[in-house]
Design a protein around this ligand. Sequence first.
Ligand code: ZN
Length: 448
Amino acid sequence: MNGAQSIWIKDPLAIFADGAERGIVVRQGRIVELVPAGVAATTADAVFDASGHVVLPGLINTHHHFYQTLTRALPAAMDRELFPWLQALYPVWARLTPEALDLAVTVAMAELLLSGCTTTTDHHYVFPPGLEDAVDIEVAAARRLGLRVLLTRGSMNLSQRDGGLPPDSVVQDEDAILADSERVVARHHQRGEDALVQVALAPCSPFSVTSSLMRSTAALAERLDVRLHTHLAETEDENLFCEEKYGCRPLDYLEQCGWLGQRTWLAHGIFFNPREMQRLAKAKTSISHCACSNQILASGCCPVCEMEEAGVGIGLGVDGSSSNDESNLMQEVRAAFLLQRARYGVSKVSHRDALRWATKGSAACVGRPELGEIAAGKAADLALFKLDELRFSGAGDPLAALVLCGAHRADRVMVGGNWVVEGGAIPGLDVADLIRRHSAAAKRMQAG
Ligand code: ZN
């Protein structure tokens, strides 16, 4: 199909949209028509028979660290909470090379695509000598695979020497960070609703970045008009760190650094109190909820319903592959559904809520209201799931079945009107060869 032609994705088994019972029409990368029950599409050059598919807006991943696919299920870091977990991993991550990063990024993006993800962020904050082109490597991989991305130029400049958590081997100085941030935005950041590659700025956390870098990064993001991202309110240890070093809570610190605003989305947000939730809502700062990661590191449970009631936007993130060792966003939807339902009860959290967080909610986190929803004028980013596996056999409600029966693999994925997954595979990607090369790189890095 060429982009100028319209295609009717016809008669889906179910669709996560109202008034589209007979499907949708896609043209030039956009959804141009929703087809309600009892009528036919007004125009369609071609038809895709979706009668065996459940159709979702493409899922959007709002937090990840792709390079961590090289340190999954690593015995030295297992069964630890965040700070000791990081301290076990920093020296291993310091050995990251361009070749290994390229493989790690390809693995993470492929996993995401196959799980129904159409837009992902990545938070890359490890820049050992020789890896200055990390963001460029990620952009090249995204273009190869056809995934829409918001890559964040991360940073760390507060090492143990200055009272931070990471060792000297993984930090950079502030001038080098700001210069490279400006370079990657100028080189790669696309503007407008059809953007496939965007860049944001992302100092890592209060315990690995100086307040000077936090402030200068906020000023740079303002000047370049790009988004801001960091980890915040993830653990009690972080609360203690902020109180001891800065004499305030993490959100106060964030505000002092000029970060509390619409441009910012935060990973985790577990430890905000009700007054802080009001401040986040007023500032339109949104939260990336990472249910699997929070459970694996036993960090706590993000108060998603209280935040939504306060007016805070919620998206979902799989987080890095050392704290949630897989990169499957559809499984993250189920994890968030289960965790939040256990916390708030059956009347407060449904499968539809979890799907909404991963689509429209995540779109708001990444500042892309044209994504994450099946509606006329929105981007043609779609995930189509078949219910032909054992796990779905006998299911009553096809949409609920995706979450309740544990869907984990999309049959087809469309980004900007182009099919990037077909028949549960990424055209042109030799997965067996990728696993072989990525596993070898991981082994080398872990061995040191
Ligand atoms: Zn993270």
